[in-house]
Design a protein around this ligand. Structure first.
Ligand code: PSU
Ligand code: MN
Length: 309
């Protein structure tokens, strides 16, 4: 594992660091804008007072924090593969570029001693999972990885209610940032209650710090940050694209790890870029909030050490 100098120094000195995933860059956002957007997400972390650590596998080596050349490879290499935790060792042995999902990013970030992580939307239980068993490894990984994932809920293409039930079973806590409702990615409200509301980064930091006293530092936590009202997708457009996208995925026989990139691409194309604009806005907002939480946590003097079981 290669930890970028700037990230390594920050971790060693107890300064705030925020991990960012890379599947969203290679498989979630279209080329050629994705490289620029990846840098904007890193800048949002810096604006919030923390050091960004984008995670990926480059030439078989797990990287925590990417230099310019590595980030460009990740964004432009068409052979980049989407890598979850189970594929990490295979890609490490064979080489090539691996884009890390929420699951594999959380795993590597935690190994490096990073507690706070920002993404767009968490993976979850897919619609029809009772037949396909399609449930993201993001969920099971968070049940054994003590990171805080700041996200705008789970992608609305998923079965949100079932995902929340699975998170409960898996022992993964869900906090709503200034909301009582679980966000719906492109929409601020998925229609589901959370029950645990926080109103400041300091409150989140206190919860992170309190885990060690109750023996839960190895359990993941989710900080659900709704998309801003101005950035939301029109609900009618959203619902019609969801219906047509799910039908198209079914017709094209898309399954497994290809489902999520397929549907995101469908939304981006069919909405004429509206969903892309919303997607970028929510990731930027999550990166910024994650930086504020990481800063508050570092100020408590426990940052860096919180992820280890
Ligand atoms: N959220 C986004 N864009 C993405 C993803 C999430 O806004 O591309 C990615 C994340 O990397 C997440 C993955 O971990 O999709 C989930 O994929 P799957 O459903 O195959 O587990
Ligand atoms: Mn899946």
């Amino acid at each position: 594992m290669l930890v970028h100098d700037e990230v390594r120094d920050a971790i060693a000195e107890g300064r705030p660091v925020v991990a960012l995933e890379s599947t969203i860059i290679s498989h979630g956002l279209p080329r050629p804008d994705n490289a620029r957007l990846a840098r904007e997400f890193e800048q949002a972390v810096r604006d919030g007072g923390a050091i960004p650590a984008t995670v990926a596998v480059i030439d078989g080596e797990a990287r925590i924090g990417l230099d310019d050349a590595a980030l460009d490879r990740l964004a432009n290499d068409e052979t980049a593969v989407k890598v979850s935790v189970r594929e990490l060792a295979t890609v490490a042995a064979r080489g090539g570029v691996g884009a890390t999902t929420v699951a594999s990013t959380a795993h590597l970030a935690s190994l490096a001693g990073i507690t706070v992580f920002a993404t767009g939307g968490l993976g979850g239980v897919h619609r029809g999972a009772q037949d396909t068993f399609d449930e993201s490894a993001d969920l099971t990984t968070l049940s054994r990885t003590g990171v805080l994932v700041v996200c705008a809920g789970v992608k609305s293409i998923l079965d949100v209610g079932a995902t929340l039930e699975r998170l409960e079973t898996l022992g993964v806590g869900v906090l709503g940032y200034r909301t009582d409702r679980f966000p719906g990615f492109y929409l601020a409200d998925s229609g589901h209650d959370i029950g645990w509301r926080v109103d400041s980064a300091d409150q989140v930091a206190e919860i992170l710090a309190a885990r060690s006293g109750v023996g839960t530092p190895a359990l993941g936590l989710i900080l659900a940050n709704p998309i801003a009202a101005d950035d939301e997708l029109d609900r009618g457009l959203h619902d019609s694209l969801l219906e047509s996208g799910l039908a198209a995925a079914d017709r094209d026989g898309v399954h497994g790890k290809d489902v999520t990139p397929y549907l995101l691409d469908w939304f981006h194309r069919e909405s004429g870029g509206e969903s892309l604009r919303a997607n970028v806005a929510l990731v930027r907002s999550n990166a910024r909030l994650a930086a504020e939480v990481a800063s508050a946590y570092a100020a408590l003097g426990t940052a860096g050490g919180g992820a280890a079981p």
